[in-house]
Design a binder for this molecule. Structure first.
Ligand SMILES: [Zn+2]
Length: 258
């Protein structure tokens, strides 16, 4: 059974067939799904989905590109949702300097990232980290998070092998999805080769990041076996071992999952 640690089934790309698709997941060997909020509305929708399906859990948080959603009031609502038994993480939170180049916007991203880490600490939940073009600042802030005793995962990992190992040494997990199946994903394949399987989590980031041979199409959790197949090949182990160990990893990080 597969533990899918990062999906966005609240996305409008699932508008037409969301219910049919979500009902089918357990039959497709998907045991557990974490639906991750990327905006404040996304956090609320994730929370609603988690209360609709027993095998779906919510991560509530606001993505760095959507920090305009955040205020004292919305932070309070996130806090309320975070205390619910179907909320298993704070995320996705972090830094994204790819779209936002202005120093003051980046400064605001760092502030809201730290505020949401504080929230995770307060409610004793792990964090799901989004980071793009912000390797050094993310590492600095995650060292603070580590010192605060906050566990978590670096989702859709895209940085160097060395930094992945540094995260792993702090106990952080590395989220691996469809990108690992791409021919040109040399760095990520090398990261997967060098990291202990104990530090890897499976994810889709759906509807984005569909694996080969579906690259560019709408992604969903039923494509995770293509990611498993690639990881098994890289590490020269069985697909079952990948599935079982990553499930154990996810269950030891997201301890509120039943
Ligand atoms: Zn995501």
């Amino acid at each position: 059974m597969i533990f899918e640690t990062h999906a966005h089934y609240d996305d409008e790309q699932f508008e037409e067939d969301r219910e049919e698709l979500l009902r089918r997941l357990p039959k497709e060997n998907i045991e557990t799904v974490i639906n991750v909020g990327a905006s404040f509305a996304g956090a609320k929708n994730s929370f609603a989905l988690a209360h609709q399906y027993p095998y779906i859990y919510a991560a509530v948080g606001v993505h760095p590109s959507n920090i305009e959603d955040l205020s004292e009031e919305t932070m309070e609502e996130l806090r309320t949702m975070a205390r619910d038994k179907k909320t298993v993480a704070i995320g996705e939170i972090g830094l994204d300097y790819y779209w936002d180049k202005e120093p003051d916007v980046q400064q605001a991203q760092r502030e809201w990232f730290r505020r949401q880490l504080q929230l995770a600490k307060e409610v004793s939940l792990p964090v799901i980290i989004h980071s793009r073009d912000a390797a050094a600042d993310t590492m600095t802030i995650m060292k603070e998070a580590h010192a605060m005793g906050i566990p978590g995962v670096i989702h859709c990992y895209s940085y160097s092998v060395e930094q992945a190992i540094e995260y792993a040494k702090m106990g952080y997990y590395i989220g691996v999805g469809g990108v690992v199946t791409f021919k040109n994903a040399k760095k990520l394949k090398e990261t997967v080769a060098q990291l202990p399987l104990k530090q890897i989590l499976l994810e889709t980031d759906c509807p984005y990041m569909a694996p080969e041979p579906f690259r560019g199409m709408r992604n969903d959790s039923t494509y995770i076996p293509y990611v498993i197949e690639t990881i098994a090949k890289i590490k020269e182990i069985t697909q079952d071992e990948v599935m079982i160990t990553t499930r154990e990893n996810a269950r030891s990080l997201f301890t509120r999952v039943k």
